[in-house]
Design a protein around this ligand. Structure first.
Ligand code: PEP
Ligand code: MN
Length: 359
């Protein structure tokens, strides 16, 4: 993924702020589309988004205006100079979006999960110089996200970027889709040239949380934001609770802090280096402690083998877990974090004991 031209395109834009893609969840009527567009002209938004074909969870709700909305987007471009973006979910959408000269095509989260659908779209738009943005799949699967991006790249689509819109989860959360930031960070590590746009609207599902998630995205050096915007959000035909007014978008953009990529002052650099050295030492100690713990686990495994006792001792494990959670929380760490770490340690311990017991 060497030649990602979207990165160059972004640099050439010479924006003094991250790229902003704004506009309604759905293109509802021509008046609604144009009213929002004219208000967005006074904001940092460079690209106008609107869903034309809407992937709704249940039938019987508004499924988008369809092809008749594409000329409305052409009017947005003519009247405001903004670029336009729509979601495409099959080859027919792709063909129509190209025919109506839409500038940016995005692949929705429900499409990214399906390699057949992605391949069909990639073939339909092969060698296009339009910008294609691939949203993360609804399930937290980095490989699936990468795979969809690679399918476009292989078909000669090089104006590529990703959109981080969070992941479905059974866990109760204040978010509609939990961000799992690490997956976006991992994507950046795999494809360093691929710009990532954050979509705080679909992450939060709640307009009150948009600012906070946007700031985290910028702190992680994401290249842009896609924010659903509507002149009358409460009356929107889809995703009403997460849309904001153009005036709020202006406030958010004014309040967001864009941080420098690295420290510039000499003294800050040496302070940072000293702290990093301390972190490295702590990591070494953690690894040594874990290795020592694993040694004890193996000795217990040998005893279990001799006594022909089961590897999993659930009462003991529950006892350990509640004790470490309590202690961890006392020391300012979250329950979720401690649980994750100790479940991973326990899993590795069981694997070591299984090996011993089966030997
Ligand atoms: C959208 O952007 O309106 C949309 C449907 O998003 P997602 O695919 O992230 O659910
Ligand atoms: Mn939406």
């Amino acid at each position: 993924m060497e030649n990602v031209n979207f990165k160059k395109w972004l640099n050439d834009m010479q924006l003094d702020h991250p790229l902003v893609i704004a506009g309604p969840c759905s293109a509802e009527t021509e008046e609604q589309v144009l009213e929002i567009a004219h208000e967005l002209k006074n904001t940092d938004a460079t690209v106008y988004r609107a869903g034309v074909w809407k992937p709704r969870t249940r039938p019987g709700t508004f499924e988008g205006s369809g092809v008749k909305a594409l000329p409305w987007l052409q009017k947005v471009k003519e009247q405001t100079g903004m670029l336009t973006a729509v979601e495409i979910a099959n080859a027919e959408h792709a063909k129509l979006a190209l025919e109506f000269d839409i500038d940016i095509l995005w692949i929705g989260a429900r499409t990214t999960v399906n390699p057949f659908a992605v391949q069909e779209i990639a073939e339909a738009i092969q060698n296009t110089d339009k910008i294609v943005l691939v949203k993360n799949p609804i399930n937290p699967d980095l490989a699936l996200w990468m795979g969809a991006i690679e399918r476009f790249y292989k078909m000669g689509v090089t104006n590529l970027g990703a959109i981080h819109r969070g992941f479905s989860s059974f866990r109760k959360s204040k978010y509609r889709n939990i961000p799992s930031w690490q997956i976006a960070i991992d994507l950046k590590a795999k494809f360093p040239n691929l710009p990532i746009i954050n979509d705080p609207s679909h992450i939060t599902g709640n307009r009150d949380l948009i600012f906070d998630v946007s700031q985290t995205a910028l702190d992680l050096k994401m290249e842009g934001l896609m924010i659903e915007t509507h002149c009358n959000p409460d009356e929107a035909w889809s995703d009403a609770s997460q849309q904001i007014k153009p005036a709020r978008l202006i406030e958010i953009m004014n309040e967001l802090k864009v941080r420098k990529p690295r420290f510039e002052k000499e003294e800050s650099v040496s302070k940072l280096n000293a702290l990093r050295k301390e972190i490295n030492e702590k990591d070494d100690q953690l690894l040594e402690t874990l290795a020592e713990r694993m040694q004890i686990v193996e000795n217990i495994g040998k005893a279990k083998k001799e006594g022909n006792v089961a590897v999993l001792q659930n009462t003991r494990w529950q006892e350990i877990l509640s004790k470490v959670i309590e202690k961890g929380e006392e020391q300012g760490m979250t329950k979720i974090f401690i649980e994750k770490i100790f479940k991973a340690i326990h899993q590795e311990s069981i694997a070591h004991q299984e090996k011993i017991i089966k030997s």
